[in-house]
Design a protein around this ligand. Structure first.
Ligand code: SF4
Length: 330
């Protein structure tokens, strides 16, 4: 799966790096000074590199915890995110990472301990405030878990901070990390979901929707809080029926008490990012829709966004209470 590992000399002996060398024992290992030399190089082709990305092991030095963009959070007073990894093993056609990075190689920051120190500092600076920490903003939180073991460590860490929430956002069906331990009430596993046939076309390399639904229902049965994320909403022929069936399928066999929150959000991009992504896939059907550009944002336009949002809201209210449903606008 991964042929080449590039590792910063500084972290060559880090236990996480050593463990990864053992798991990926057939990969060639190359030493480098700093990951930016490779990752930020200009004139790389994300689409070509995505066919066979290398893994870069690096040390993160700053900005471990950042305020989440407004509109990303659920209902906490303070929302933060952290990214132990850049890029993802899946290849969703709408993924904003394609427009954000010039490289499709995976960067994994192996100094997990520094992330947890920064998170605990942030918690102590904000006592008496409700807080959520989001993992999976610049990657998928669990897709690479078998190699990284990061979520396992994050769960251990957040067990000691029961008054703040962790959200692990994912399309992965990794479940052992959760099923092999007792549920942790402040750790939410949040699944990104779209109608099956939409996901079959757009969520390249990601597990099917049926498999994601099976896993999230199983985790809920085992007492884990789960989040449902209908984001981005994809406008297509028959979308009302498709989303209605999807929502019905999820809720017909789920322990509703374990549904922590449900959110939905439109497909939107900053203008420059959209330009970059569409130049990678100029013939893709997703980008053939006449999108609207307004105030630096490219979207389906207010009318379609409102129509989809109202529909989702009313469908979701058939199954769960309004206070668990959130509209996200990033
Ligand atoms: S799962 Fe998320 S991070 Fe990964 S490719 Fe899809 S949209 Fe991007």
């Amino acid at each position: 799966m991964i042929d080449s590992i590039f590792v910063e000399r500084e972290v060559l002996d880090h236990p996480v790096a050593q463990k990864i060398f053992k798991s990926l024992k057939y990969a060639d290992i190359f030493e480098i000074e700093r990951y930016q030399e490779m990752f930020n190089r200009r004139k790389q082709n994300f689409r070509i590199q995505k066919q066979n990305p290398a893994l870069i092991l690096a040390k993160k030095h700053d900005n471990f915890v950042l305020p989440a963009p407004s509109g990303f959070g659920i209902d906490a007073q303070k929302n933060y995110y952290f990214s132990h990894m850049y890029n993802c093993i899946y290849d969703c056609r709408y993924c904003f990472l394609q427009g954000m990075y010039s490289s499709a190689n995976y960067v994994l920051f192996v100094n997990y301990e520094d992330f947890f120190e920064a998170i605990s500092d942030t918690i102590y600076e904000n006592t008496n405030k409700s807080m959520t920490f989001f993992s999976g903003y610049d990657c998928d939180s669990l897709a690479f878990e078998k190699i990284t073991g990061f979520a396992e460590k994050a769960l251990e860490f957040f067990t000691d901070f029961s008054s703040v929430e962790l959200e692990l956002r994912t399309k992965s069906i990794v479940s052992d990390t959760f099923l092999n331990r007792s549920p942790i009430s402040n750790c939410v596993v949040a699944y990104s979901l779209s109608p099956s046939n939409v996901a079959a076309i757009l969520d390249n390399k990601a597990p099917s929707i049926d498999r994601r639904i099976n896993v999230l229902q199983k985790l809920a049965k085992n007492g884990w809080p789960v989040g449902l994320r209908f984001d981005p909403l994809i406008y297509c022929s028959g979308w009302e029926k498709l989303y209605s069936e999807l929502i019905n399928k999820i809720f017909k066999d789920i322990n509703i008490d374990q549904v922590h929150s449900v959110s939905h959000g439109p497909l939107r991009y900053p203008k420059e990012m959209y330009k970059k992504i569409t130049s990678l896939y100029p013939d893709d059907k997703l980008f053939s829709f006449p999108m609207e550009a307004k105030d630096g944002i490219v979207s389906y336009g207010k009318e379609i966004e409102e129509e989809m949002s109202s529909f989702l809201q009313s469908e979701l209210e058939k199954y769960t209470t309004r206070n668990k449903i959130f509209r996200c606008l990033v």
